[in-house]
Design a protein around this ligand. Structure first.
Ligand SMILES: Cc1cc2nc3c(=O)[nH]c(=O)nc-3n(C[C@H](O)[C@H](O)[C@H](O)COP(=O)(O)O)c2cc1C
Length: 161
């Protein structure tokens, strides 16, 4: 199949049949201010060493900040975070002002009430088409015992039945 026959819109819709969780990745910008971004590409990679990844669109305004950062924090969202998730998915809306946060030892803040938090040292960036794959070495993590995960499926938020 030539690329001109490849239906990107239908491809996106087919990918949307795979339900995912939702996370916010935070990091510190050059001027020290923290930024965040909603992602559903977060995936576990390796237990030993402990590695995770997420994928960053090269067209994102946040691309230079995330790819030059030595550390990032991943907060796994619960159903109560839907509004925060929408906010941090808006183009240009990177600020964490007015979002309840918790400090981390590593530096970038975590979202308050996240179901799990992974503090990561940047562990390499891999080129992948129009995205980059950002690997993180998990230095510390925390987990809440209760709470329902926010789910993303076919372009919409939901929850487990
Ligand atoms: C549920 C959801 C998941 C998303 N996952 C990703 C992702 O994994 N990687 C990514 O680069 N953008 C993802 N986005 C888009 C970004 O959150 C954001 O909209 C995009 O970076 C455009 O803004 P920017 O140019 O200001 O960065 C996702 C958006 C939503 C709503």
């Amino acid at each position: 199949m030539s690329s001109s026959e490849f239906d990107t819109k239908a491809f996106r819709q087919a990918l949307g049949c795979f339900p995912t969780g939702v996370a916010v990745v935070t990091t510190r910008g050059e001027r020290g201010g923290a930024i965040g971004m909603t992602v559903n590409s977060f995936t576990s990679v390796s237990l030993n060493p402990p590695l995770v990844l997420w994928c960053l669109d090269k067209r994102s305004e946040r691309y230079p900040t995330f790819t030059s950062s030595e550390a990032f924090v991943i907060s796994v969202l619960g159903t109560a975070h839907e509004e925060v998730s929408s906010q941090l998915a808006r183009p240009g809306a990177h600020s964490l002002d007015h979002i309840p946060l918790l400090p981390t030892e590593l530096g970038p803040p975590a979202l308050a009430d996240a179901l799990a938090v992974f503090e990561c040292a940047a562990h390499g960036i891999h080129d992948a088409g129009d995205h980059a794959i950002l690997l993180g070495h998990v230095l510390r993590f925390a987990r809440r015992q209760a709470g329902a995960p926010l789910v993303f499926y076919q372009g919409k938020y939901g929850a487990l039945a």
